[in-house]
Design a protein around this ligand. Structure first.
Ligand SMILES: [Zn+2]
Ligand SMILES: [Zn+2]
Length: 271
């Protein structure tokens, strides 16, 4: 398992799976991308064009906060174009215990409810649950006790991510996962700017969404880092505007009252 340091894996690394014939391919998926439907700075058309022209990703996942509209709009726009990559629809759901990525879902999933309900709702739709920025105290995240309690229900965990919020605890999360949780190891950019897309990704055998889903379920994925983010090219003003959008993302989707009350409920749930 290499490439767990930002910038160590580049687009030049790509090669067919050794010893598996010409058809075998290691696909790259970044399943944690936000659009302007929540607190991302790019709209759907900009996002699709960027992925097509500036990355070598095979699959992207659109996961706006508590809102499936960005993902559905993304897939609709994608279906009208001729892109070489696939779009997976999803939501970054705010459960009482913290954020969870609902992937391969088509229907809304309730937010600000106990995690158990979220996991059930996602699996009922045939979707997968992935833990983003695990253990992070910088953003609303699933804690160690909850991770252990739900190890049998989660499908994957992000152990590669370039976002500052995730990086404070990734190493600890990777260790916990290897020592017992046994979830699929995944990389996701948590991109809110175009420039961050693909900075971390999930490698899997295959190229298509169905193969990726199988790889996550079978725990055969690998987390990796892409080219480092050129933060300077984003600009401070743009970054500040994004921070403000980020603070409002869940309240805007769910209302300020329910969001505030869910913080209180969280105190009574173990981390
Ligand atoms: Zn999050
Ligand atoms: Zn996110």
């Amino acid at each position: 398992m290499g490439a767990l340091t930002p910038g160590t894996s580049t687009t030049a690394d790509r090669s067919p799976v050794r010893g598996r014939g010409e058809d075998a391919w290691l696909g790259k998926a970044d399943l944690h991308i936000h659009t302007s439907y929540s607190d991302g700075m790019a709209d759907v058309p900009e996002l699709l064009d960027y992925v097509e022209e500036r990355t070598d990703l095979d699959i992207i996942g659109i996961v706006d906060h508590d809102d499936i509209r960005g993902a559905l709009a993304g897939r609709e726009a994608w279906a009208k174009g001729r892109y070489r990559f696939e779009v997976v629809t999803g939501i970054e759901v705010t459960a009482i215990e913290g954020h969870v990525l609902a992937l391969f879902v088509e229907e809304p999933v309730a937010s600000l409810v106990p995690l158990e309900q979220v996991v059930d709702a996602v699996h009922k739709q045939g979707g997968l649950c992935v833990v983003p920025h695990p253990l992070s105290w910088l953003t609303r995240s699933i804690g160690a006790r909850t991770l252990a309690r739900f190890a049998g229900s989660f499908d994957g965990i992000e152990v590669a991510c370039c976002s500052p919020a995730a990086r404070v605890s990734l190493r600890r999360a990777a260790t916990l996962n290897r020592r017992g949780l046994g979830l699929a190891e995944m990389g996701g950019s948590d991109a809110h700017f175009l420039q961050a897309i693909g900075s971390a990704y999930t490698e899997f055998e295959g190229r298509m969404g169905a193969e990726l889903k199988e790889a996550i379920s079978g725990r055969t994925t690998r987390a990796a880092y892409g080219p480092p983010i050129a933060w300077r090219s984003i600009g401070v003003g743009h970054m500040l505007r994004q921070t403000w959008r980020g603070i409002r993302a869940t309240p805007r989707a769910m209302g300020w009252g329910p969001t505030a009350r869910s913080f209180m409920r969280r105190i009574f749930h173990s981390r």
